[in-house]
Design a protein around this ligand. Structure first.
Ligand SMILES: C[S@@+](CC[C@H](N)C(=O)[O-])C[C@H]1O[C@@H](n2cnc3c(N)ncnc32)[C@H](O)[C@@H]1O
Length: 193
């Protein structure tokens, strides 16, 4: 998967299977491994554009699916969307009132890279913390949360913060993650408040 050929193959497969991006395979793996989504769950997906996680989530639940992104999410049948910043409290209130009960929050949000490694790392961790804040403000007790993050000096603090709010917290590197990347996902289950 790390070679140019490997990347092209995954990209091609995503295209053939009708996914909006290769990121779809990451959520498929996470679900396969951890069963974060149940059939009746209402789901919020943060940093959802262009929408491949929304496509996967739509197949996994009969509940409602809502995507939020700074960018416009191209329309998708059976999926609601909000264009806005996940760290904006008004967006959080809007999302909560749209769905009522929220069982699962997913976040694959990542900042635009500046090319300055330490700045980008800090920004990515901050986005993870903002996603955690979002999840804690909308999730039903017992709900699940998945957030993308990156290995680095600030990562253990994000993990610790997540552990304060969930009964079970694991980390997971997907097969679909590019080789050499420090990307990983925090899988947090059973929200305790
Ligand atoms: C890697 S893409 C997500 C891909 C998506 N999971 C999919 O499967 O199509 C990361 C997204 O995070 C979004 N993002 C970054 N910061 C954000 C913020 N503060 N609020 C909302 N979305 C944000 C970006 O606009 C971008 O679309």
């Amino acid at each position: 998967m790390g070679s140019q050929w490997g990347r092209d193959k995954v990209h091609l497969r995503a295209k053939q299977e009708g996914y909006r991006s290769r990121a779809a395979y990451k959520l498929i793996e996470i679900q396969h491994q951890f069963e974060v989504i149940r059939r009746s769950d209402n789901i919020i997906d943060l940093g959802a554009a262009p929408g491949s996680w929304l496509q996967v989530a739509r197949t996994l639940t009969d509940g409602r699916v809502l995507g939020i992104d700074l960018n416009t999410i191209p329309p998708m049948e059976g999926v609601e969307s909000i264009e806005g910043d996940l760290s904006d409290p008004e967006i959080q209130v809007l999302a909560k009132s749209a769905l009522g009960v929220v069982n699962v929050v997913l976040s694959d949000a990542s900042p635009k890279l500046s090319g300055h490694k330490s700045y980008d790392q800090a920004r990515a961790i901050a986005l993870g913390e903002e996603s955690l804040g979002f999840a804690c403000s909308v999730l039903k007790y017992g709900g699940n949360f998945v957030v993308k993050s990156f290995q680095g000096s600030d990562f253990p603090e994000l993990l610790l913060q997540t552990r304060r709010h969930f009964h079970s917290v694991r980390t997971f590197v997907t097969q679909a993650t590019r080789k050499g990347s420090t990307e990983l996902y925090i899988i947090a289950k059973n929200f305790t408040g």
